[in-house]
Design a protein around this ligand. Structure first.
Ligand code: A2P
Length: 347
């Protein structure tokens, strides 16, 4: 047995938390102990970890003293409150919420894109938004080859992005409709079953939603390139797992579709799934449960000299959340960065 490595999953009863436990186990993450935390409501419940079960503990400010790594997916308010306590106790946090993403003290990391940003971490590392992650995984190699100037993205996002309650709402509404009952909306403002909602997260002053602006700001931060222009429309669709995105890019240099396809075929974390003649294109249906970001429908945009259209699909709970967080932890282990250098940064 190697060095002691105690790992906590915070939000372990949630959709992403459960996937985090599954991912840690499936990838043989070298934890010597894994602890599951959630709110007081679920203390004492049991959650699966491989063939075993973990007893859920209540999250409290003083639980982090003997924990080396905590992966949070318990919402922004919980991260805002508890992540600084972890860092102060010397426990490195990988946080899946939006609470720390734009904080200058926190690297925002997709391991295939900007792993070097981890070197300067101060104890809290942010996991980007699910829609941003799959988009930048696919755009990074194209940006390196031809410099992406502008991105126009429309998303088709699964209800699991809203957590367990999103999936329960879709399932309940479908059942109600098939049984002649009027479905209730509790999680979304309108019915999600057999409907499409052009509204994810709250509306902002500029009439965009917060989800849309996350894609704009996070892409700039991850690419460390303020010149890249992004505009987004984020849409919730009645799909359980897997976000799809229609992405139009304009590049500095001409990138023929065949070259883009060849570049993407070599790119880490990407799987090209693109053969229109054989009706091969990615769909949430077969990307759910997969690690890779699938790219298809690669076409030149014939309305501008240097443009491409892409269709990008990934499992939002996996690469969009749990897998990316665990890959960040693996990257830190490999770079010997799993420690908090200065415990006073978030005091
Ligand atoms: P709990 O089940 O006890 O409410 P999801 O995104 O699927 O809704 O999951 C959210 C996760 O965040 C759950 O595990 C939930 O635990 C956890 N959580 C929510 N609020 C808190 C809190 N105040 N402290 C700790 N965990 C929390």
């Amino acid at each position: 047995m190697g060095k002691k490595l105690t790992v906590a999953v915070v939000g372990a009863t949630g959709a992403v938390g459960r996937e985090m436990l599954k991912t840690l186990h499936a990838r043989n993450f070298p934890a010597t102990e894994v602890r599951a935390f959630a709110s007081a409501r679920s203390a004492g419940e049991r959650v699966p970890y491989g063939d075993a079960e973990l007893t859920v503990r209540e999250l409290k400010e003083d639980v982090f003293a003997d924990i080396d790594l905590a992966i949070f997916s318990a919402g922004g308010a919980t991260s805002q409150k508890f992540a600084p306590h972890a860092a102060r106790a010397g426990c490195v946090v990988v946080d899946n919420s939006a609470a720390w993403r734009m904080d200058e003290r926190c690297p925002l990391v997709v391991p295939e894109v900007n792993p070097q940003a981890l070197e300067a971490h101060n104890g809290i590392i942010a996991n980007p938004n699910c829609s941003t992650i799959q988009m930048v995984v696919a755009l990074k190699p194209l940006h390196d080859a031809a410099t992406v100037k502008r991105v126009v993205v429309s998303t088709y996002q699964a209800v699991s992005g809203t957590g367990q309650k999103g999936m329960e709402e879709l399932e309940r509404q479908v059942r109600d409709l098939f049984n002649g009952r009027e479905p209730e909306n509790t999680t979304y403002p309108y019915r999600i079953a057999f409907n499409v909602l052009p509204h994810i997260d709250v509306f902002l002053e500029n009439d965009y939603t917060k989800e849309e602006m996350k894609m704009v700001h996070e892409t700039v931060k991850i690419f460390n390139d303020p010149a890249i222009r992004v505009t987004a429309t984020c849409v919730r669709v009645p799909v359980f797992y897997g976000h799809a995105e229609s992405v139009n890019i304009e590049t500095e240099k001409k990138l023929p579709a065949a070259q883009a396809r060849a570049i993407l075929a070599q790119a880490p974390g990407v799987r090209v799934f693109d053969n229109p003649r054989e009706l091969i294109y990615p769909m949430p249906y077969h990307c759910a449960g997969e690690d890779e970001t699938y790219v298809g429908r690669i076409r030149e945009d014939e309305s501008i000299p240097n443009g491409l259209n892409l269709w990008i699909v990934a499992d939002n709970v996996r690469k969009g959340a749990a897998l990316n967080a665990v890959q960040i932890a693996e990257e830190m282990l490999g770079r010997d960065l799993l420690r908090v250098r200065d415990k006073s940064v978030f005091l």
